[in-house]
Design a protein around this ligand. Structure first.
Ligand code: MEV
Length: 399
């Protein structure tokens, strides 16, 4: 039986058991009303949610004015829905905010083709972030280190007092490690604080903890502290996703060409950066839609790309024994489903509701899957039609 037929049978079975699927045929051809109706059914949206979406879930001047300084207006970016995502056997309609044509269509296409082999499998680590305290002008490193380590429990307890609620949820400061730096100006000691931030992005929690424990460290060591700030290289907060694209669907030639395109990205940094940019097209769009800090994610992703000395692609491709294409992604994704503007911004709130992610970990797994789908779709387009074809289709529609 052909793969398309198998997929259709699965789809019919799902409909029969009234299970919701994100595989909505020709979603892009539906009218605006029909799209909203699909969303309403899929994500159990209320009439009020639909009313807000229709009114573009506008950010009022009052809300905007509470978010940043010197507000004069707001800028709007299209919010679209990527269909077809099946991640760990769960269907997702993924809200994406982007100004770039073809991004949402490409992600949907990558996800659609992955469904033939069961969609994406994704995992993530505990949401552990690092905060850094910089102690400068160190004369006797050994002595200062031992003074801090003697007070480690006291400092962790003090950090945790800043967010009792986080501890009740099973999170909080869990460890503290020291690192010495010999710089051109002086010897420094860096205190790295490790915090399980649960469903928050974590910057506020960590910066508050650091600012509270820093004066105590100053007293304990009798040394000056300079910076107290979160690290955006969150290598302990990783998300992983994998998908298999069947040889019968892609064709052997396309698979070979994608592998050659991947080799190019592995060797030539001018290509690697563009390859990773394509991944971030998807990840940033979900971050923006859900009110997350996409600059932090970008900085962390590119930092991680060169963490092992040489700047490298964030995705990996190879053939399995059936000659199918296997794609994997592994990168830090520090995101929250609470805190920041996730619960203030009307569009962010609605996007999280549509997505139905129950935790920050789940959100990071979705974003890793979107990044992989996006990268796969870009490579597939580049080795076949080129990317301008998709852009031109949209352009024609506009005209
Ligand atoms: C365009 O925004 C992204 C691509 O350049 C990514 C890539 O080349 O892999 C198409």
């Amino acid at each position: 039986m052909h793969f398309f037929q198998t997929e259709n049978i699965l789809f019919q079975k799902m409909a029969f058991f009234n299970k919701k699927t994100s595989k909505i045929s020709f979603f892009y051809k539906k009218t605006y009303q029909e799209k909203l109706e699909e969303l309403k059914n899929f994500a159990n949206l209320t009439e009020q949610d639909i009313f807000e979406l229709k009114n573009l879930a506008q950010l009022s001047f009052g809300t905007a004015d509470k978010m940043v300084e010197n507000v004069i207006s707001t800028i709007q970016i299209p919010l679209g829905i990527a269909t077809n995502f099946l991640i760990n056997k769960k269907n997702y309609l993924v809200p994406m905010a982007t100004e770039e044509p073809s991004v949402i269509a490409a992600a949907s296409n990558g996800a659609k083709l992955a469904r033939f082999s069961g969609g994406f499998t994704a995992t993530s680590t505990q949401p552990i972030m690092i905060g850094q305290i910089q102690i400068i002008n160190i004369k006797n490193i050994k002595e200062i280190k031992s003074k801090i380590l003697q007070n480690k429990n006291f400092l962790l307890k003090l950090a945790n007092k800043q967010d009792i609620f986080l501890q009740k949820l099973g999170g909080g400061a869990i460890n503290l490690k020291l690192k010495t730096l010999k710089t051109n100006r002086c010897n420094m000691l860096i205190v790295n604080l490790f915090v399980n931030v649960k469903d928050a992005m974590g910057a506020n929690i960590i910066n508050t903890m650091l600012e509270k424990i820093a004066p105590e460290i100053e007293k304990i060591t009798n040394h000056k502290i300079l910076l107290k700030i979160i690290s955006n290289l969150s290598i302990y907060r990783m998300a992983k996703a994998k998908a298999v694209w069947k040889k019968e669907i892609l064709g052997q030639d396309t698979i070979e060409n994608i592998l050659d395109a991947y080799e190019f990205a592995k060797i030539d940094i001018f290509r690697t950066v563009t390859h990773n940019k394509g991944i971030m097209n998807g990840i940033d769009a979900v971050a923006l839609a859900t009110g997350n800090d996409f600059r932090a994610i970008e900085a962390g992703a590119h930092g991680y790309a060169c963490y092992k000395k040489k700047y490298a692609p964030l995705t990996h491709y190879y053939k399995n024994k059936n000659q199918d294409l296997v794609g994997k992604i592994y990168l830090p994704i520090p995101v929250g489903t609470i805190g920041g503007i996730t619960n203030i911004h009307p569009s962010a709130k609605l996007s999280l509701k549509i997505l139905g992610a129950k935790s920050a970990c789940e959100l990071s797994q979705i974003m890793a899957s979107v990044g992989l789908a996006q990268n796969f779709a870009a490579l597939k387009a580049l080795v076949t039609d080129g990317i301008q074809k998709g852009h031109m289709t949209l352009h024609k529609r506009k005209l």
